[in-house]
Design a protein. Sequence first.
Length: 264
Amino acid sequence: MPTISVYIIAFNEVEKVSAAIQSVKWADEIILVDSYSTDGTADIATALGARVVQVDFKGFGDLRNQAINACTKDWIFSLDADERCTPEAAAEIKQLISRDETHEVYHTPRRNFFMGRWIKHSGWYPNYRQPQLFRRGAMTYDMKPVHEGYVLHSKLPIGHMKSAIWQFPFKNMAEVMHKANRYSSLGAEKIQHKKLSMWTALLHAKWAFWKHYLFKLGFLDGWAGLVIAIGNFEGTFYRYVKAIEIQRGDVWKRAPTELKSFHE
């Protein structure tokens, strides 16, 4: 019977990590890849039987590759701290790795809960991220700091699981804003080499809003859909503005040395 490792990446996820680990207790190995949390996340993981590996955060691509290196079993399932593996998904994973020889890498659908409701549109369902189930050696990640991609090392096509896992991405709006700020800063590094302007920032932000609210039917998700669209507008806009700030260096930060500069 093939064996499976589950890795969970986390940083200060004391309120979420326990449920994530409990949902994959069926695995042969559970590894928490922590970036030196200060809130007791690692202690909770250890108490629940997970092996904790501490990794300096150098971007999500590097973090996930370090997680792969820590896994020792035949297959790997990637789970974030805000995700939960459902019993249906667990049963399907066991079945796939035991007898399916047509795929070595699988996408996993995610069902998101936000603002008191399950989101059915807005680009949040089935909301695939990188493939989450793969045979060890069949996949790695690129080195992008955020929204990292994946690199296939298998000649077989990518499969798609049918059973969804659950994601609880934000506990409140403060967490939405915190994550948008962090991700826009990381994302700015990816685009700082491009030719950018404030008009570029505004146009990309407007497209992000309409893509999620109109074309991905976010309006059908009620107020939650509007909040998601606005969040994408803001995150995109500030990502580009931060990239412009990087390009211009101290020009935006330098204060005038003489008061008369204000009047000139």
